[in-house]
Design a protein around this ligand. Structure first.
Ligand code: ADP
Ligand code: ZN
Length: 775
């Protein structure tokens, strides 16, 4: 027998190996193996079994990894789809479906020494005091970890060995499961009686789950788009509910329904929201009762050993519910009844290295492949998901109000152009915000100040009138290259000089150059303005260690800090009852990122941040400082009007053919020599242009239309242009942006093109399908 093996080296090729006699019957599709390749020993996954091979002199498989098939056939199929759709080597896709700890199986089950009380026959011996003390503990506990016993009894192993010699105890080495949440006390919870809006939503989800159970659906379009398939995906739900509207309670009751059906479920949560409190809510509901099950947790802060154990609890079917970050979508839950993606709009669901998959879209695909219902939840759904609802692909469920009848906080937009008139330079704090902070300090209430400053690129905006320098072709903010004193568009490559005065006829401000501001300057200025306030800063610079985050938030919760300053790190999911004021220093910084999603991000951010205020008894207040106070993203967020925002935003996307109206593939060429990178990018663009021209002329002659075997006819090619962030790296990057509605066809053609493309040795090409960051 022969096994076809996908090796963990990105060769886009599979290799045949012999199954040696001693391993016959143990090798299946999905078995992890180690084989020799040249002089190296390499891990791989069996993708098929065959009777014969086109090659002779096959080498044997060296060994098998793991006691069970590690990649289940369903997950294997999902990995194949990822390779095709995201245009990456199949080996790369396959590699990402297993945690490192499982792939290499370095970390096995942990064995530890246990001490067990033995059944006694005959008279109990008279023991010396020390031994008697030890015995008392063992007798009471029946079985105890040796290490724990030594600590409790304050004794040494020798004493315990003496008890073993007397036949009173047995010391043995056993598997001890690592439980990352062992130290948390988990109190069981019961279902809460749902309000009418929640009940309607839950009933619809349950009905779809029941239908999935009875209906065997055809499984077509393996390489199709997750969401642009022609068949309506009525079993994908978009749960749009404001913060605190009871979404999590719906998740919990839907999970219970999956268990009742004898199925398991996956819950995806953004890494940053995967706090012990979140995990505890899920564990607590299923820790007892007739639906009791283990809830496994998968995220990046687990040790390799913990990850190994959590994963195997799922594989063995003992943990039927999995909660985790992005990669938990590959958890081997079987059968799978339900997938929940909380905060579906979060960009952290997208992996920024190959395979560049989006966990939400993989979830939709997996749901379709395995007949599982998918629920996407958010207070601010992504344009993509809402568009899919509008086009009949998703079913919308709405929770328009908070469960506790709390009001949405009052949002005030402060026009910074007025503040700028009164002060020299660009002010950080408007008089209104200063006054509001002062009031909070007097009353002993807390304030969160927020500055969205990411990356190094910045746009050019007039601090007096709010004018922004935009690209004439792409309608996106131009990037200000300070050193060269020029403005550039990184989508189409348009370049212009920095204006000396504001281009707005009525303004003509000579001080148009917007000076960048970091959280550090905010902190310093605050300290001067409010010398008595206790201020803490939270951003990527101050949060270097894992514990910093907990510590700062712990202090804030305990009321040891008056004002917390931070970046988007503090925008999400945190609940502080004593915070009654939230200030956004420059809303424009998010608004004029050179990205077509800048408006959407700003809307989401303002809505999320506003949700932080007034979670307690006192109504909250939000100040949004902006130089463009009438921008729709700010105005709709102020009114908490998602639908209004969507309607005007989708018009802009339609006009310029940006997603979700089209899909984007971003090709990035990278290298140390700028000339070479630029040349390669231009060369690649020429090839792409020649590819689309030929089918276009064919179409003109009436030959083909949107043929999936060819380059899509609606392809728009923009660039090459230098990527906006050069960072501190010494690499030059040029990008080409492709837009089409037929992404599957484009991916397939791109994969073929890449294989035949000859790039200079020190230039690399990365393909990002459906990118979430255009940087
Ligand atoms: P979301 O996930 O939308 O932010 P949660 O599910 O966390 O909202 O609900 C917010 C709070 O309200 C939680 O403490 C939850 O236990 C509680 N809650 C949810 N549904 C109800 C209900 N129907 N009646 C009373 N309290 C509820
Ligand atoms: Zn442009």
């Amino acid at each position: 027998m022969i096994a076809r093996v996908s090796l963990e080296i990105a060769l886009r090729k599979e290799f045949d190996y012999l199954i040696p006699a001693e391993l016959v019957g143990q090798v299946e599709v999905g078995t992890r193996v180690q084989v020799s390749f040249g002089v190296r020993k390499i891990f791989g996954t069996v993708t098929a079994l065959a009777e014969e091979s086109a090659h002779t002199k096959l080498k044997p498989i060296l060994k098998i990894i793991g006691a069970q098939t590690l990649v289940t056939p369903k997950v294997l199929k999902l990995a194949r789809w990822i390779g095709e759709y995201y245009c990456c080597a199949p080996e790369t896709a396959l590699k990402s479906v297993l945690p490192e700890a499982i792939r290499k199986e370095k970390e096995g089950w942990k064995k530890q020494l246990f001490v067990r009380a033995m059944h006694l026959s005959g008279e109990f011996p008279k023991l010396p005091k020390r031994q008697q003390d030890v015995w008392n503990i063992v007798e009471e506990r029946r079985e105890i970890l040796l290490a724990e016993l030594l600590e409790l009894a304050e004794t040494t192993a020798a004493t315990v060995r003496k008890l073993e010699d007397r036949g009173l105890v047995e010391i043995s080495s056993e598997i001890s499961e690592r439980d990352p949440y062992a130290r948390e006390t988990i109190l069981p919870t019961q279902n809460i009686v749902l309000n009418p809006a929640q009940s309607v939503a839950l009933e619809k989800i349950k009905a779809a789950m029941d239908e999935q159970k009875s209906e065997v659906r055809s499984q077509k379009s393996e390489a199709g788009n997750p969401a642009s398939d022609l068949r309506p995906l009525t079993s994908t739900f978009l749960l749009h509910g404001v913060t605190g509207s009871g979404k999590t309670e719906i998740y919990l009751q839907a999970l219970a329904h999956a268990l009742e059906q004898g199925k398991g479920a996956i819950v995806l949560v953004p890494e940053i929201s995967l706090t012990p409190q979140t995990v505890e809510r899920f564990k607590a509901r299923f820790s007892s009762g007739k639906l009791q099950t283990l809830v496994a947790v998968l995220h990046s802060h687990l040790s390799a050993g913990e990850r190994h154990d959590e994963w195997h609890k799922i594989r063995q079917g003992r943990a039927r519910i999995v909660i985790g970050a992005r990669s938990a979508i590959f958890a081997p839950v079987e059968p799978l009844g339900l997938i929940i993606v909380d905060e579906e709009h979060e960009t952290s669901y997208k992996q920024e290295e190959a395979p560049r998959y989006h966990a939400r879209d993989v979830a939709i695909m997996r749901g379709q492949m395995e007949n599982a219902v998918v629920v996407l939840g958010s207070a601010t759904p992504s344009m993509e998901s809402f568009y899919n609802y509008k086009r009949g692909k998703f079913t919308l469920l709405e929770l328009p109000e908070r469960v506790d009848d709390q009001k949405m906080p009052h949002v005030r937009v402060v026009d910074m152009r007025q503040a700028a008139h009164k002060e020299k330079g660009t002010p950080l704090f408007s008089p209104q915000l200063k006054e509001a902070i002062n009031q909070r300090l007097d009353k002993g209430e807390q304030t969160i100040l927020f500055l969205n400053r990411r990356g190094y690129s910045t746009s050019l905006q007039c601090p007096k009138c709010g004018y922004v320098c935009n690209c004439p072709n792409c309608s996106l903010a131009l990037t200000f290259h300070r050193q060269e004193q020029k403005l550039a568009c990184h989508i189409c490559g348009h370049v212009e000089k920095v204006p000396l005065v504001c281009p707005n006829e009525k303004c003509r401000n000579p001080a148009i150059r917007f000076s960048g501001t970091g959280t550090q300057r905010v902190e310093e200025t605050l300290a001067k303005l409010f010398p008595k306030a206790r201020i803490k800063r939270m951003d990527a610079d101050t949060m270097k260690r894992k514990d910093d985050y907990r510590k700062v938030l712990g202090d804030f919760r305990a009321g040891k800090t008056d004002i917390l300053v931070g970046t988007q790190m503090i925008a999400k999911g945190l609940h502080f009852p004593n915070v009654t004021l939230v200030g956004i220093i420059y809303a424009d910084l998010a608004l004029h990122q050179p990205d077509f999603r800048a408006g959407e991000r700003t809307f989401q951010l303002l809505t999320q941040v506003a949700g932080r205020a007034g979670r307690g008894d006192v109504e909250g207040e939000v100040f949004v400082q902006a130089f463009a106070p009438f921008h729709p993203a700010i105005q709709y967020a102020r009114r908490h009007d998602f639908n209004g925002f969507y309607e005007q935003e989708i018009e802009f996307r339609e006009q310029l053919k940006y997603p979700p109206v089209s899909r984007v593939a971003l090709l990035t060429l990278k290298g140390r020599n700028e000339e070479k990178v630029k040349f390669s990018a231009e060369h690649l663009k020429k090839i792409l242009e020649s590819k689309v021209q030929s089918p276009k002329s064919k179409a003109a002659a009436g030959e083909t239309t949107l043929d999936i075997g060819h380059w899509p006819l609606d392809l728009i090619i923009a660039g090459p242009a230098p990527a906006p962030l050069l960072r501190a790296e010494t690499f030059y990057r040029y990008q080409i942006m492709l837009r089409t509605r037929a992404m599957s066809a484009l991916s397939r053609e791109l994969a073929r093109l890449i294989q035949s493309l000859a790039l200079p040795e020190d230039v690399t090409l990365a393909v990002d399908i459906d990118p979430v960051n255009l940087g």
